[in-house]
Unconditional design. Structure first.
Ligand code: HEC
Ligand code: HEC
Length: 471
């Protein structure tokens, strides 16, 4: 369970992306190769392509579940009989399958940037998920403001949308075949999308912000009307069938599918173009500071960061995702600036609620949030699920001194530190106690200030779009 969770380097994270989707189209492998190479030809992504090419079989078993179902719902006009937009694919050729993925990706992109889908008419997915910041907000607010009147604050910080292709479906007990070859090791609750892992598929996730009263505050009807009136309405018919607009529920579902498909475009969402990827490929050295930071990050007695934020290639050679996607309680301090927290009885307990409802009453899930990837983390302006910190220095200080100097992070009342003030005491057994969370007051902090600088230098190597010439 969470506290005793054993974590190791190099867990199997398979790059799935569009390949499994294509593999699922006819349930066979014949299309996989051809369509896969078509994707590769268009993607321009070096190591992602390599990883896909290396282990096509592994993709479907791990993360295939997410991409797979897209294909089932995606017969183009050439493939499915008219008026049957959600039927099974009917013997599509490779070229048709790939064309359909391309159409849905292009549509999903337009939908992602379209504010007319929202109740206010002013908010799109990109308002909160800005592509220039790895799909996180351009502003440094703790949480974003949305709703029909654009005045309603959210309750959680906005995560990046990059490298989600590797997130496995949520499981209470996760067994990983890359875990030192021992699949009997229970890595505890793992996976799922959002901070609490409450949905598995991009399409189910997209429904949440579209309908949330404090985000896009829309309705399926409003979304369907907006798409019908959009400049891309014809393209939408081409992708989903001439009669798609006859049924507003079908239209809404098609919107969700297109958004999910866009989120799996490798060249946008998992390009693996960071300096660290170039370093792993032997194409560039790291600077001395970056190298020291990497060692501190990996060292089990110092940061031990890589035990959760995986930094090494998996056994199959696929690149590290900088998360094992485990749900973990770190005891992040309560963010008293959040509107929801004005109520002293309110607690965002992550996996056990209140946003997530299926594990309510399961005490062992309280306080758990999914480990985020650290790829592109240097582009973020707000950190942790409640957005309490705004610089990597502050996040590193928390890791380094949470247990040696708790008074620096938690309220002090009448001379006593109220540690873990955002997690009721009955759930403290869920808190992780491995390094770096194994210290007590009087011990030396995990990192000195100079070491914090080195770790941050290393984290800077995880930003996509690195160019050798610029360095
Ligand atoms: C008002 C800001 C806002 C808007 C608009 C918004 N999101 Fe998000 N997004 C968030 C927040 C906050 C979370 C984390 C939610 C949670 O954990 O409960 C999130 C989470 C996600 C996730 C899961 C990420 C992960 O790490 O698992 C995906 C995928 C996503 N959003 C896609 C979208 C799409 C697609 C749209 C448009 C339909 C959209 N978002 C619109 C704020 C926003
Ligand atoms: C036991 C697992 C675990 C270990 C060890 C760990 N982390 Fe994390 N990390 C998490 C989880 C879980 C979160 C999200 C916590 C939350 O928001 O409640 C997180 C969040 C972060 C964030 C904020 C990311 C964001 O997008 O908001 C950074 C940066 C980070 N970790 C870096 C590190 C570094 C550096 C180390 C080593 C000193 C480290 N982590 C060790 C699990 C871990």
């Amino acid at each position: 369970m969470p506290a005793g969770r054993r974590r190791r380097y190099g867990r199997l994270i398979v790059v799935a992306g569009v390949l499994a989707l294509l593999a699922a189209c006819d349930g066979g492998t014949s299309q996989t190769e051809g369509a896969g190479s078509a994707v590769q030809g268009a993607s321009g992504a070096g190591s992602a392509r390599d990883a896909i090419a290396r282990d096509p079989a592994g993709t479907s078993s791990r993360t295939g579940i997410k991409p797979m179902k897209i294909a089932v719902s995606s017969p183009g006009p050439q493939a499915g009989p008219a008026g049957q937009p959600y039927g099974e694919p009917h013997g599509q050729s490779r070229a048709e399958v790939y064309a359909q993925v391309r159409r849905m990706t292009a549509l999903g992109k337009q939908l992602f940037f379209d504010p007319s889908l929202s109740g206010s008419g002013k908010m799109s997915c990109a308002t909160c998920h800005n592509p220039d910041r790895a799909f996180t907000p351009a502003n440094a607010l703790d949480v974003q403001i949305g709703g029909a009147d654009l005045r309603r604050p959210g309750m959680r910080a906005v995560p990046t949308l990059k490298y989600l292709q590797a997130v496995p479906s949520f499981a209470e007990h996760y067994h990983d075949s890359d875990d030192e070859g021992d699949e009997s090791v229970d890595a505890g609750p793992t996976g799922g999308l959002t901070w609490d892992g409450r949905v598995d598929r991009g399409s189910d996730q997209a429904r949440i912000p579209l309908l949330s009263s404090f985000e896009m505050a829309s309705t399926p009807r409003k979304v369907a009307d907006a798409v019908r009136a959009a400049p891309y309405a014809d393209a939408f018919r081409e992708a989903f069938g001439a009669h798609i607009f006859d049924d507003e529920d079908a239209t809404f579902k098609a919107v969700l599918k297109a958004l999910e498909t866009f989120e799996q475009a490798p060249e946008v969402f998992y390009p693996y173009t960071s300096k660290y990827d170039a370093y792993l490929a032997g194409k560039t050295p790291l600077t001395a500071a970056e190298m020291r930071g990497l060692q501190l990050f990996n060292d089990e007695k110092k940061g031990n960061c890589a035990s959760c934020h995986i930094s090494q290639r998996a056994k199959d050679g696929s690149p590290p995702q900088f998360s094992d996607f485990g749900l973990i309680a770190l005891g992040v301090p309560r963010n008293r600036a959040l509107a929801v927290n004005r109520d002293p009885r309110f607690f965002d307990l992550g996996a056990c609620g209140p946003e997530r409802t299926d594990l309510g009453g399961r005490a062992e899930f309280c306080g758990l949030f999914r480990t985020p990837t650290l790829r592109n983390v240097a582009l973020k302006k707000t950190f942790f699920h409640n957005g309490i910190y705004h610089s990597l220095e502050d996040v590193m200080r928390f890791y380094a001194r949470r247990d040696t100097n708790p008074e620096a992070f938690y309220p002090v009342v009448k001379g006593k530190v109220r540690k873990f003030d955002d997690l009721p005491r009955q759930y403290w057994a869920n808190l992780n106690t491995d390094a770096p969370f194994d210290r007590k007051p009087g011990d030396a902090p995990v990192f000195s200030d100079a070491e914090i600088k080195d770790v941050i230098a290393f984290l800077g190597t995880l930003t996509d779009g690195w160019q050798p010439a610029a360095h």
